[in-house]
Design a protein around this ligand. Structure first.
Ligand code: HEC
Length: 179
């Protein structure tokens, strides 16, 4: 027994060594010889620059939202739509989400309209900023549904994105019940 063990061990070690060397031979970067593999596959696949114009049908985002893009709620208390939220929406959203035919049926010019939602359903879930499209879209947490749309931020006149402070207040307002 005690004599056999080293033998078995060294035997399996030898096997292992062979295995490793064959593996690393297979892994080896294959110099000039093999023409069969066109080298840089991964780099090409992972970087499709800007354009990619697929118009994903908006709203009801769920798992597509990148929650790391959200700012923390501000610690302000007693936020109200009229006092704290209406002014920022007026400056950044109401040009499209107001008037007779608001985009996607979402009227952000009044609290009732904002709470009612749009074509995609409710866009403010009271108590849950992180589930509310109004906050998610304005935080650029959903690719291709950034609000205001990216091109409008650089148009003339530009429609400004909400600032981090505004987003923090918007989140706090929704988290506190959207009153
Ligand atoms: C320049 C016009 C424009 C501005 C400004 C704008 N939006 Fe939009 N918004 C759109 C359009 C267009 C859609 C429909 C997008 C689609 O269907 O792909 C939309 C859709 C939405 C939706 C989905 C509505 C639903 O229920 O279907 C939300 C939420 C939204 N916007 C929030 C905002 C917020 C919040 C702001 C301001 C921070 C804002 N938008 C500013 C044009 C605008």
């Amino acid at each position: 027994m005690s004599k056999k063990l080293p033998l078995i061990l060294s035997g399996s070690l030898a096997g292992l060594a062979i295995l490793i060397s064959s593996l690393s031979a297979a892994d080896a970067p294959a110099p000039a010889a093999s023409t069969s593999t066109p080298a840089p596959a991964p780099a090409a696949a992972s970087a499709p620059a800007a354009p990619a114009a697929s118009a994903t049908p908006a709203a009801s985002t769920g798992p597509k939202a990148d929650l790391t893009k959200l700012v923390a709620a501000s610690d302000k208390k007693g936020l109200t739509f009229d006092k704290d939220i209406e002014p920022m929406l007026k400056a950044s959203c109401v040009k499209c989400h107001g008037g007779a035919t608001p985009k996607s049926g979402l009227d952000l010019s009044t609290k009732d309209g904002a709470l009612k939602g749009g074509r995609g359903g409710k866009d403010i879930i009271a108590g849950h900023g992180d589930q509310s499209n109004v906050l998610l879209f304005a935080s650029d947490a959903v690719a291709k549904t950034e609000m205001p749309p990216l091109r409008n931020r650089t148009a003339t006149p530009p429609i400004p994105a909400l600032t981090k402070d505004q987003l923090a207040d918007l989140r706090a307002w929704i988290d506190q019940g959207a009153n």
